[in-house]
Design a protein around this ligand. Structure first.
Ligand code: FAD
Length: 390
């Protein structure tokens, strides 16, 4: 391979556009793989704010080592103040801070001379003969094999009320005195869900004095940032007796994650492959994507190793897609309280079955049984709406 492909164009075997969660995860799996490559380039503009990534898992993974905290017990607080304790064994719920993880992965990759990093803003992608190229603020780069694109926007219109989003603002707080039970994380506290929109507080205590409180919606319309903050403060006062003087705000995070389903059909023949949020790796009905991204990328690399060029990047059965779309439609329609959908599911099914279901690891028979535990009419209507629209 020539170092300089054409004048001012540097050539690499693979180029990864975006060194965030999916880009660096892919780099990690490529570094571990048996794939032949000469040079891999990671392009990152370097302006991403820190994030907290949580996921449940019943399998070991090298990234577990970077978890800041883990929980074996989860809690769901229903709207009518019933606490449902979920013992999730053999699953564990883990929390990874993006800054710790990114630093660790970068250190590992930087010890491999085949990886190069360029801080640049990607402007566009193009084809040049049989290769793909990326145009950036630092020049043009060409990939002999593939460009992986984790920077393109996922098609989700933030102002369209038909498109569901997970939107949230979280505060990391430290109290002046011990208060929290750090052995349990609250996945949903629906005591704040007064409307039909799926609204809840997500609480991750990491020690007796530190916790993340995230006011979260699975809904179609966004709200002002000050509203989430007001709600968190009111919640801290109402349920923990905390007034402003009792704690210090150590940090905050916010996000809008698409929860609309858009099919992004891709196979490994393509020279430019979208990954991460850009590639539709977010599980539409939950907004989770950390673990799913790891599974999809590990698979992608092993398919590249075995030259499965026809392999799809995402392999989700039609039935699982349909279930996802029905869930999303129910939450968009808001004919039933979003809180009661999740409450019923977790009350009537074991926690481990629910987690397997959300991971798409349940059988069709289990899925059908699970569907008998949801509010019937809203789900039937959503089903017909989707089938009719088709
Ligand atoms: C605050 C927050 C919390 C989340 N928490 C969870 C969670 O708990 N569990 C979970 O499963 N999922 C979570 N998610 C969803 C998802 O896991 C993350 O959004 C994840 O970071 C997505 O990975 P990605 O690689 O697609 O995007 P990113 O991690 O955002 O990576 C994209 C990278 O591309 C770079 N970039 C963008 N444009 C350009 C450009 N033009 N040129 C060069 N570089 C560019 C960015 O700087 C960024 O580093 C969360 C999302 C947010 C926003």
């Amino acid at each position: 391979m020539n170092d300089i492909a054409t004048e001012n164009t540097q050539q690499y075997t693979y180029i990864i556009a975006g060194g965030g969660m999916s880009g660096l995860s892919l780099a990690y799996y490529l570094a571990e793989s048996q794939l032949p490559y000469e040079r891999i380039l990671i392009l990152e503009q370097g302006s991403e704010s820190p994030k907290t990534w949580c996921f449940w898992s019943n399998e070991d993974h090298p990234f577990d080592a970077y978890a800041e905290h883990e929980w074996k017990d989860l809690v769901i607080q229903s709207f009518d103040n019933q606490a449902l304790d979920l013992s999730i064994d053999p699953f564990v719920y883990r929390k990874i801070e993006s800054t710790t993880w990114t630093q660790a992965i970068l250190e590992k990759l930087k010890s491999n001379p085949k990886f190069e990093f360029v801080q640049a803003t990607v402007e566009s992608f193009q084809y040049h003969g049989k290769f793909a190229q990326v145009l950036t603020s630092q020049g043009k780069f060409e990939a002999t094999e593939k460009i992986f694109d984790s920077i393109s926007p996922y098609p989700c219109n933030l102002t369209d009320p038909k498109e569901l989003k997970q939107h949230f603002v979280g505060l990391f707080i430290e109290t002046n005195f011990p208060l929290f039970d750090s052995s349990k994380a609250t996945l949903f506290d629906f005591r704040i869900a007064f409307t039909n929109a799926c609204e809840f507080m997500y609480v991750l205590p990491t020690s007796s004095r530190t916790a993340l409180f995230e006011h979260t919606f699975f809904s179609n319309t966004l709200i002002e940032e000050t509203e989430y903050l007001k709600q968190i403060k009111a919640y801290l006062f109402a349920y923990y007796g905390l007034s402003d003087d009792d704690y210090e705000i150590k940090g905050r995070e916010k996000g809008i994650i698409p929860m609309n389903y858009v099919e992004i059909p891709q196979n490994l023949h393509q020279k430019i492959v979208k990954i991460g949020t850009a590639g539709g790796f977010v599980k539409a009905s939950t907004g989770y994507s950390f673990k799913r991204t790891q599974e999809l990328l590990k698979n992608l690399v092993s398919k590249l190793e075995s030259n499965q060029w026809n392999a799809k990047v995402i392999t989700q059965t039609r039935f699982k897609v349909l279930l996802d779309r029905i869930f999303i439609q129910v939450l968009v329609d808001q004919q039933v309280k979003g809180s009661s959908v999740f409450e019923k599911l977790f009350q009537k099914n074991s926690a481990t079955r629910m987690l397997r279901f959300l991971d798409e690891k349940t059988s069709t028979w289990e899925d059908l049984r699970l569907m008998t535990t949801v509010p019937t009419w809203p789900f039937m209507k959503a089903f017909f709406k989707i089938v009719f629209n088709r």
